[in-house]
Design a protein around this ligand. Sequence first.
Ligand code: MSP
Length: 520
Amino acid sequence: MGSQFFITTAIDYTNAAPHIGHAYEKILADVIARYRRMKGDEVYFLSGVDQHGQKVQLAAQKAGVPPQQFATEVTEKFISLWKTLGIGYDEWAATSDPRHKEVVQKIEQALYEKGDLYKATHSGFYSVRQEQFLTDKERGPNGEFGPEWGQVIELEEENWYFKLARHRDWLLNLLDSRPDLVTPSFRQVELQNAVERLSGDLCISRPKSRLAWGIELPFDRDFVTYVWFDALINYISFAGYLKEEGSSFPDFEKFWPAVHVIGKDILIPAHGIYWLIMLKGAGFSDDQMPRLLVHGFINAVGGEKMSKSLGNVVDPAELSAKYGSAALRYVFMRDCATGQDLEFSEERLVQRYNSDLANGLGNLLNRTLNMSQRYRGGRLAKGSYEDALCSELRAVAGRTVSEYTLQMDNYQTHAALESVSALVSQADKLVEASAPWKLAKDPEQAGRLDSVLLHLAEAIRIAAILVGPVLPEASSAILAQLNVAGFVSLANCGWGFFADGHQLGAPSPVFPRIETDGTK
Ligand code: MSP
């Protein structure tokens, strides 16, 4: 039996519809979760939405509906997309949930009583879009605040602050002692550099007079909680931290600490600084600090950011309707080296799906089952003579499983899938070199034909299990055609699973080719 594994994704803002980058992050986390389950680990996978804050309040005003209604409607779009894409999270974290509010307020009350919070007045430039005061550090080379800050206004305001800066040395020491806290390691270096420069404290409130859509501070009802301070707490509030008796949330200690899957834009300062220090403030020990898996961005071809204003946005729901969720899941996991950016295009998706799945694994399955049905009535037999390419295929399968496991343990899905493709290519080589259609014509080659067919079936079975976390439905369909549905576990990836006489099923296409007009 494996250990416990807790994986979370960043919670998505509900001020707009889901973006392709959100879809990538969710698929990555889902694949990791499914892989860990296949290894035998007990997994808790948390995903959700960030429903409070000024952006949602403004978007709701614009739409002419109350913020809760607006947030709920946008939330439904996320939930429906995750269903379409096969994202199997265990708990849904929506921050307007009263159970979450209660935990946020309990933490705030405790920090207040400990003297970790203070009230102060600040005046300066404020970005409405990013919901924060700006300093001169945020000015561009021309001395102006760039377009990323949206509307910038001058504001003087009294607010509550969390004593952040005094934990600077603790955080530096933590990063020194835990070099694997952030993946990839170059992001940990970036974080270290940012912590070196850490000075001010964190403003954790917004006056209700200006922003009503948030969680009230329990000790000062004129204020609501700053959206990041509220949102970050979702990682523990929906995992059973300080839960009420009878709650359906899991036993917190069983799963914590988590691995947070986040994009590169929200490592500094939100997760790498605010969140770790918030946990420290709430009494978490160094051993209880979560790990941060930081992924890159899905961009348009040429590395351009996808944005409405550039008119290059691709809608994940539309892509999935056109090509199927398997194609989207596969191209993301196969083409994006976790931690790096990916230049995404529909051409890339079609090309990858057709080459690896339609022409690769799908075609191998189809040919093998067809040949086995035609020459042997679908019955596998041990065979009496073995080609050198058979033993080579066995060796490649063994190496594939080790390489796949190593890469998946390091979240490198692209390299893991590359090794599965190498196994499929090796099996294709065996088909071409042994030419079973010729062997079938010569009764003296019967033992050799059996051996080839058995080797092909084993290789497909192993490949189907290994692609399972990325392509759960296709994997089940392949294993069902091989008549071994239900044996989906890394432990079953060893060679020699089929008994002499095992009956294979009939072939049915699992990966129909995508034509260039998008039809299958
Ligand atoms: N609400 C905050 C997160 C709070 S977590 C306590 C937020 N939301 S977001 O909707 O803007 O982004 C959600 C996640 O999607 C982030 O991890 C972000 O990095 C990721 N992505 C958004 N656009 C992206 C791409 N173009 N590519 C890949 N992921 C990116 O930040």
